[in-house]
Design a protein around this ligand. Structure first.
Ligand code: PMP
Length: 382
């Protein structure tokens, strides 16, 4: 429960539009006292041109194109972030995240910020300075977690593997026994190499060693099966701009009861006030207290996220996983027909195209473009 801050009720009421703040009106003598300078920066001519956005098909590991329903949500009028209707939308987002993550965790919410913000929210809240953290580094996302954990003064132990490799239960057990970490980090879909990390059994193993399991599912959520509760994952985060086809700027996060217990029993305050889960838990209605003002979330981004999650729920997780599996298999066949070798060796452990862009027609376009590029590429540059 966030501490009571004098004036917070006033702020909350004001933000909700219930009361008008008393703002003194400037009288003539006061306004004469105001400083006045000639402007040294004029209105930029670049802003006089109309906004022009090219029509681009986005087929990388994110961001992905928006669906028309999500674009419509982005064009809606603002409402206040503390209006009842907004709370309702936030509750629906929480339901959508619980479905996408396959979790019943009470502490489930969206973070204001992209995937990196969710990474920081996870570490800032769960880890205290001096605690031991074990990180699977088989690509860029493990490296980033190492950097964040070092910044908060954790004792960081890296399990380094070549990009495209994954961690076996044996690798993890060795690290847990040696370093006795409070947290293990693994990336489910490592977008820098394409490997998908198996997750069955890793949660139970961590819990036997008094360690929490943190999983990054930014690139894989909705595209490959993941079962937060069944797989014993304690903290999981994901992003809006990948399979969910939402604009970047919001991310998804959930904490198990074990993780929640560790956060609420911390001895030190988390470094970030903005990402303090006790506050966020309150504004997202995850505790039993009335919601108070903490920060202004990206309301329109949340409308978009709500619609993306609604689309995923309508399509169904199993159908979405199947669509991605089929498009990926079709892509891999096409690449091999071009004479290319796949970077990730084991077929079941590869991840691919995102959300509504995961179609055969898009794969055909990719293969054709690649074929043309290869024809113009000198052999010694391959
Ligand atoms: N984790 C993974 C696996 C990612 O692919 C990305 C984005 N490429 C991130 C984290 C970071 O997300 P963002 O760019 O939204 O901060």
């Amino acid at each position: 429960m966030p501490r009571f801050i004098p004036g917070s009720v006033f702020l909350a009421s004001w933000a909700a539009g219930w009361i008008q703040p008393h703002v003194p009106v400037l009288t003539a003598p006061q306004s004469r006292d105001m400083a006045s300078y000639p402007l040294i920066v004029g209105p930029p001519t670049s802003l006089r041109k109309p906004l022009k956005i090219p029509d681009r098909l986005l087929l990388g590991p994110g961001p992905s194109n928006l669906t028309s329903r999500v674009m419509l949500a982005g064009g809606l009028q603002m409402i206040g972030h503390m209006h009842e209707e907004m709370y309702q939308i936030m509750n629906e987002i929480k339901d959508g995240i619980r479905y996408a993550f396959q979790t019943q965790n009470k502490l489930t919410l969206a973070i204001s910020g992209s995937g990196h913000t969710a990474m920081e929210a996870a570490l800032f809240n769960v880890v205290e300075p001096g605690e031991s953290v074990l990180v699977g580094v088989n690509g860029i996302w493990g490296q980033r977690i190492v950097d964040i954990a070092e910044r908060i003064g954790a004792k960081v132990h890296q399990m380094v593997k070549a990009p495209g490799e994954y961690y076996t239960l044996h690798d993890v057990e060795k690290g847990l026994t040696q370093h006795k970490p409070v947290l293990l980090f693994l990336t489910h879909g490592e977008s820098s190499s394409g490997i998908a990390q198996p997750l069955d059994g890793y949660g139970d193993l961590c819990h036997r060693h008094n360690c929490l399991l943190l999983v990054d599912s930014v690139a894989s959520l909705g595209g490959a099966p993941i079962y937060m509760d069944k797989q014993g994952i304690d903290i999981m985060y994901s992003g809006s701009q990948k399979v969910l086809n939402s604009p970047p700027g919001t991310s998804l996060i959930s904490f198990s009861e074990k993780a929640r217990g560790k956060i609420f029993n911390r001895k030190t305050k988390p470094f970030s006030l903005n990402l303090d889960i006790k506050w966020l838990s309150n504004i997202w209605g995850c505790d039993d207290n009335p919601r108070v003002y903490h920060h202004t979330p990206p309301v329109i981004g949340l409308f978009a996220l709500r619609e993306s999650l609604a689309l995923l729920a309508e399509e169904g997780l199993e159908e979405s996983w199947k669509k991605h599996r089929e498009a990926t298999a079709y892509l891999h066949k096409g690449l091999q027909k071009l004479g290319l070798q796949l970077f990730v060796k084991e077929p079941v452990l590869r991840i691919g195209l995102l959300g509504s862009n995961a179609t055969k027609a898009n794969v055909d376009r990719v293969i054709l473009a690649l074929k043309e590029a290869l024809q113009h590429c000198p052999k010694n540059k391959l």
